[in-house]
Design a protein around this ligand. Structure first.
Ligand code: C2E
Ligand code: MG
Ligand code: MG
Length: 711
């Protein structure tokens, strides 16, 4: 005589069988859901990440198989007491992991073709049945089990069919490129969960036991203990796995969003959202090509606002920005389909008219445009109006593609020198406006020798404590006739005509000298300098910095070199090499104006910088744009993930300050804390009673031993 496991007459004491089976279905479904969630993260299987995700998925599903088995046996009414061999039970689980790796590995990270789905489903189905059968071994049943083959084969067929339906629901239509939506994933999980439970029941049905059967391990781990472990333990582990998977997916999504936004921003001006110079160059080249083919004319307008600087200075930069946005909006409203507009930065805009205009058409258009710009702007209840000067270059008469913008600009300067609020068409004599550049260049050569260059220092504050930790050196030119000239004017000229080398060398020495003076005054100020692309391309840069540090006995850790993101990208391999050399010397590297030049995350990883400086344009938008907030938040997370420090520049308002602090920015810089000031003013501030400004200098700045310990 023999008895089937399922037909023995004794009730099991733990819980009603139906409830246990329901519990088993719940755990199995959860396990399948987590497994699918992890499996969908496998992008390419044979990579480290792919294999880790697959192992995670296999771990989750095998936990489900194992739990389902344990709970399923507990639900069986048996005429003798049971016990598990702990090691054997672990081995059965290990076998389940192998099965799941094979089954899930067949479909994860690949296009789910019908043959792959079929193979995966069969491997999983047969494996699950095998694992269920194997899982009876740790019970140590004496005499052993007689297996009935037909029900076993039926169980394999049923389990494979169930897995096919489950995987099929997950990879709907065999299109792996479209990830399953959550309802589909849940459906697939439920089908797989039910398959696990049903196949376990079928396996038990196929097991035939002798009449005098007993469990050799009856004294060991009890089914009640394992059931508790299988339900509570597995569920909590699976929930942890699920939470991890969801968090990872969120981080990935926010990084992807940030990357797209950064890419978009590298072609758009942050303030007005109009195309920037880079994008406009591309659009102009395309338009010129089309105009050449069609023989049509175009007019390029270079628009510059008159008297914008005083507005900025008297009403504040915020009002200035509002006005620029309003002007951009008016330009947009005014342009016709096909026309192109760009914001070059500052108060300069370009408009390209592509409707085959005659010179007269362009004049009429410009007159109207100027009238529209000149209407008063209402900025937060304050009214202000600006006029504009416009230079017009006609294509093709006024120059080729490469000259067109420069010629429109020369015409604009001519309009300006007529007193502003006017327009000028380009004339050849205007190019002698390039004369002005030569004048500046001549004066700039003298500037160095005559000591007209000066460094101002803008403090950086530690975000959590609000204490000053260092300062950025910013160059100024005291021109004998023109007055104070900003770096935006003279640095491009110096770069173009090869003067930046000498100026850069002066800057390096001057910044180190000043750091030495501060040190002698008892102030260990960290100093940041800005490096130009020209300097980076010169192999002797590192030697020069090294020599200056030695000459003034400055700890290299007190020096930071800021390299703008676009410069770092221009000459990537050179930049990486130079950064490595500087890093080896102990100098810190900061990626300046981050977000304005599109750099790939992979590249950032290669460039061993220690700091990212988020560009001012992002900070500017923080209060008004959810996009900007999302990007800054993601950039901070990204930087943290890459082990970089984040500095935000251009912080002007308390609200921006609070938002940046809440994101976890390390350091802040901007007019809210301090404007660029002379070295003497900064020393005086450090030495005076700090309460006069409410911002303190970090204690460690005063301690000779604490050099470099500021992070
Ligand atoms: P940067 O390195 O991004 O420097 C920050 C600029 O933002 C500085 O302008 C600073 O005065 C300004 N700024 C700081 N906080 C605020 C704020 O809250 N609101 C606003 N609206 N502006 C703020 P600056 O001094 O005109 O310098 C402009 C750029 O010229 C610098 O940008 C840097 O790229 C370059 N530059 C300055 N000094 C040097 C130098 O010595 N060498 C080189 N190669 N470039 C320099
Ligand atoms: Mg800088
Ligand atoms: Mg910057």
């Amino acid at each position: 005589m023999s008895a089937e496991l399922a037909m023995s007459p004794v009730m099991h004491p733990v819980m009603p069988a139906a409830l246990l089976l329901l519990l088993s279905l719940g755990v199995s479904t959860l396990a399948a859901y987590v497994a699918l969630d992890l499996a969908r993260r496998v992008r390419v299987l044979w990579t480290r990440a792919g294999i880790l995700w697959l192992l995670g998925a296999a771990w989750a599903l095998s936990l489900g198989i194992w739990s389902c088995q344990i709970i399923g046996v507990a639900a069986e009414p048996l005429p003798f007491s049971l016990g598990y061999d702990g090691l054997g039970s672990l081995l059965a689980w290990a076998a389940a992991i192998v099965v799941c790796v094979a089954g899930l590995g067949a479909v994860s990270g690949r296009v789910a073709t019908p043959s792959r789905l079929g193979f995966g489903a069969f491997a999983l189905g047969a494996g699950i049945v095998g694992a269920h059968a194997l899982a009876l071994a740790p019970l140590g049943l004496q005499p052993g089990i007689d297996w009935r083959f037909l029900p076993l084969i039926a169980a394999i067929a049923g389990a494979s069919g169930g897995c096919m339906m489950g995987l099929g629901a997950f990879f709907r239509g065999g299109d792996r490129t479209r990830p399953a939506t959550l309802p589909w994933q849940a459906t697939a999980a439920l089908v797989l969960g039910a398959t696990l439970v049903a196949s376990q029941q079928l396996v038990i049905g196929a097991a035939v036991l002798g009449e005098q059967v007993s469990s050799a391990n009856a004294g060991q781990v009890s089914p009640a203990t394992l059931t508790l472990l299988a339900s509570l333990g597995s569920v909590s582990l699976l929930l942890v796995g699920l939470i991890f998977s969801i968090l990872e997916a969120r981080l990935r999504l926010s990084l992807r969003r940030a990357e797209t936004e950064l890419q978009r921003r590298s072609y758009r001006d942050g303030l007005t959202r109009l195309p920037n110079r880079l994008m406009f160059d591309g659009m102009l080249a395309q338009a010129v090509q089309q105009a050449e083919e069609s023989g049509e004319r175009m007019a390029l307008l270079f628009v510059d606002l008159d008297g914008f600087k005083p507005i900025n200075e008297t009403l504040g930069h915020h009002m200035g920005d509002l006005m620029l946005r309003e002007v951009a909006a008016r330009l947009k409203r005014f342009s016709r389909p096909g026309d192109r507009i760009a914001h070059l930065g500052g108060d300069e805009f370009l408009v390209l008219i592509r409707s085959n205009p005659s010179a007269e058409d362009a004049r009429i258009f410009t007159d109207r445009l100027q009238a529209s710009i000149g209407e008063p702007c209402n900025m937060n209840g304050r009214e202000a109006a600006v006029s504009s000067s416009v230079g017009i270059a006609m294509y093709p008469e006024h120059g080729s593609l490469s000259e067109l913008i420069a010629h429109a600009e020369a015409a604009m300067r001519s309009a300006k020198s007529n007193g502003g609020a006017s327009l000028c068409f380009f004339e050849t004599r205007m190019v002698s406006g390039a004369r002005e550049q030569f004048d500046l260049l001549r004066d700039l050569r003298r500037a160095l020798a005559e000591g007209q260059l000066q460094l101002l220092y803008q403090p950086k504050v530690h975000a959590p404590s609000g204490e000053i930790t260092g300062a950025e050196a910013l160059m100024r030119w005291h021109h004998p006739q023109r007055g104070l000239v900003g770096p935006a004017v003279f640095i491009p000229i110096a770069e173009r005509f090869g003067l930046i080398g000498a100026m850069g060398n002066w800057l390096i020495d001057e910044a180190c000298r000043q750091a030495g003076v501060w040190r002698d005054e008892g102030l260990r100020m960290r100093v940041a300098i800005n490096l130009s692309g020209y300097q980076l391309r010169h192999a002797d840069l590192a030697d020069r910095i090294d020599a200056a540090l030695r000459r003034h006995r400055i700890n290299p850790q007190l020096l930071t070199c800021e390299i703008t993101e676009s410069v770092a990208m221009e000459d990537a391999s050179n930049a990486i090499r130079m950064v490595e050399r500087l890093g080896a010397m102990g100098v810190n590297i900061s990626i300046d104006d981050f977000g304005t030049g599109y750099s790939s995350l992979a590249y950032l990883r290669k460039l061993h910088a220690g700091e990212l400086k988020i560009d001012r344009s992002f900070v500017l938008d923080l209060e008004t744009s959810a996009d900007a907030r999302a990007v800054v938040d993601a950039v901070v997370k990204l930087a943290q993930a890459l082990g970089l420090k984040v500095v935000a520049e251009g912080v002007e308002t308390e609200a921006q300050h609070q938002i940046l602090r809440s994101f976890g920015c390390h350091e802040l810089q901007g007019y809210l804390f301090a404007r660029p000031m002379s070295a003497a003013a900064l020393s005086a501030w450090a030495m005076e009673d700090e309460s006069t400004r409410g911002i303190e200098f970090r204690d460690s700045l005063y301690k000779p031993t604490a050099a470099g310990a500021l992070h």
